[in-house]
Structure formats: structure tokens, C-alpha cells
Design a protein around this ligand. Structure first.
Ligand code: IPD
Ligand code: CA
Ligand code: CA
Length: 266
């Protein structure tokens, strides 16, 4: 498969950073038994991966800016390009030895997403997309599922944790969705949830309270796989509202309506 110079840069950076994450993931399992909590160790692994990504991408594309989970915003001399990076999406899984986590790299040009990569180093699945060129996992082209009924669909979501607001509101949404579908999944890595929608593994996905680095690459993957991505009002302000709904056109609309109606009920 032909891979552009840009995608080669992105995949090489992700592969390099993944080596450290794989080593550290193996180490976490030992730490689980030897220490009270491997939290600090994981934070260090996360930061190491981010530094390596910034280093590699800056060398290959000097001047591009960054919006990173750990290091925040880095303003570049090239005002039109910005990388949006989560060096480790699925930290809680990583910490618990669950092999569902990913490196996520998105690239914006003048505020538009033009490239995205989500890499799970354990399954060695590299999801990647460039604007107008389609979405792929490794060498295989991706299409969102074409299912048009909720009853047989499997829907991904993110469950708010202890430090997140509005647990009762989420329970309303979940109740509405579980009543009408074949199943709800919580992978624990939003970047992979979006990649799984692009791959047609999940029919749709919704989550509130996400950050741009959780979604940037995944949004482009879904779009390039022929899917739709909106915020919960049907707009395109996912980075501002922090929420996202996606799937094929029909499922995105159905899920958004279901969630809006769930909120109206007492
Ligand atoms: C988290 C994961 C999780 C989602 C959380 C995110 P992190 O990112 O994507 O699935 O539910 O909202 O913060 O902390 O593992 O990078
Ligand atoms: Ca992270
Ligand atoms: Ca994340």
C-alpha cells in the first residue's frame, strides 16, 4: 500500500514511542504485585512516550505546533499546522494490565483535521487516515458499519468515573441505549472507540467530557471511513462541547435523538 511521506512520519513516530510503552506495560504487571500502586510509573511512561513523539515529529516537520495531553500547547512558528497528541489513551487499562490502549496523533491544517493515526501496540493495529484518502487499519481499507436498526447494533460509550460530573444524567442515557440495542461496550480508550467505529466493529459511539487529544485522530478515521461525527447537538464543535456521537449517518442521528430524549425524561 502506498503511504504518503506524512503518514510515514506519523507511523514511524508511533512505532518508536510504542516500544517504550510495550516495555513499560510488561513492567506494570510486575509493579502491580510489588508496589502499592504503579500510578507514578505509568505517568512517567506516558510522559516519556509524549516526549519521544514531540521529538520525532518536530524533527520531521519543524515549526508545527502541538496540543498535547501532558505538555499542553506548544505554539509553533508554522501557524497553520498543529499536532494533537495523546501519547497513551486508555491509561486506566494500561495501569491494570488490560491490553486496550493506544497512541493517538491527529494533525490539523488551518483548524481542519487532515491526518489521524491511532495505534494499539499490543494488537499491532495501526489505524490511519488522511483527508480525502480513506481510512485504513494496517493495509486494509475501512468502512463504517451500514446497519440501520438499533436492535442489532453494538454501541460504544465512556462511563464517567469518580471525579466526573453528572452520573445520574449518564445513567438515563445508558438506560435508554441499553433498552434498544444488542449491547453497550466500554473499551476504556476513546481513540480506539472511534477507530472501532471506523472499522465497523462498533455501530456507533457516544461520550461526554472528552478532550481534543482523545478524539482528533479518531474523528478523521470515522469521517474517512464514510461515517458521521457530531457533537450531541448535531453540530461540529466537538472540541468545544467535549462530547461526540458517531457512526453511519442513520445511527448517528438515531443515537443523538435517543440520548436527547433520555435527558428529557425525569
Ligand atoms: C481517557 C480514555 C477513556 C475516556 C476518558 C479519557 P486517558 O483518556 O479515553 O476511554 O472515557 O474520558 O480521559 O486518560 O486514558 O488518556
Ligand atoms: Ca492519555
Ligand atoms: Ca485520552
Amino acid at each position: 500500500m502506498f503511504r504518503s511521506a506524512l503518514m510515514t512520519v506519523m507511523t514511524e513516530a508511533a512505532r518508536k514511542a510504542s516500544k517504550g510503552l510495550i516495555r513499560d506495560f510488561g513492567e506494570v504487571e510486575n509493579l502491580q504485585v510489588s508496589m502499592k500502586g504503579p500510578g507514578d510509573f505509568v505517568t512517567a511512561a506516558d510522559r516519556r512516550a509524549e516526549r519521544l513523539l514531540v521529538d520525532q515529529l518536530s524533527k520531521a516537520r519543524p515549526g508545527y505546533g502541538f496540543l498535547n495531553e501532558e505538555g499542553g500547547e506548544i505554539i509553533g512558528s508554522d501557524a497553520s499546522h498543529r499536532w494533537i497528541i495523546d501519547p497513551l489513551d486508555g491509561t486506566t487499562n494500561f495501569l491494570h494490565g488490560i491490553p486496550i490502549f493506544a497512541i493517538s496523533i491527529g494533525l490539523e491544517r488551518d483548524g481542519q483535521l487532515i491526518a489521524g493515526l491511532v495505534y494499539n501496540p499490543i494488537s499491532d493495529e495501526m489505524f490511519h487516515a488522511e483527508k480525502g484518502k480513506g481510512a485504513y487499519v494496517n493495509e486494509r481499507r475501512l468502512r463504517v458499519a451500514n446497519r440501520r436498526e438499533l436492535e442489532t447494533s453494538v454501541i460504544g460509550t465512556g462511563i464517567p468515573t469518580l471525579n466526573r460530573p453528572d452520573h445520574p444524567g449518564f445513567m438515563k442515557e445508558l438506560t435508554a441505549v441499553m433498552r434498544q440495542t444488542s449491547g453497550v461496550r466500554r473499551l476504556g480508550a476513546a481513540a480506539l472507540d472511534l477507530a472501532y467505529v471506523a472499522a465497523g466493529r462498533l455501530d456507533a459511539f457516544w461520550e461526554r467530557g472528552l478532550n481534543p487529544w482523545d478524539m482528533a485522530a479518531g474523528i478523521l478515521l470515522v469521517r474517512e471511513a464514510g461515517g458521521y461525527v457530531t457533537d450531541l447537538t448535531g453540530g461540529q464543535d466537538m472540541f468545544k462541547t467535549s462530547d461526540v456521537v458517531c457512526g453511519n449517518e442513520f445511527m448517528t442521528r438515531e443515537l443523538r435523538t435517543l440520548i436527547a430524549n433520555a435527558r428529557k425524561t425525569g
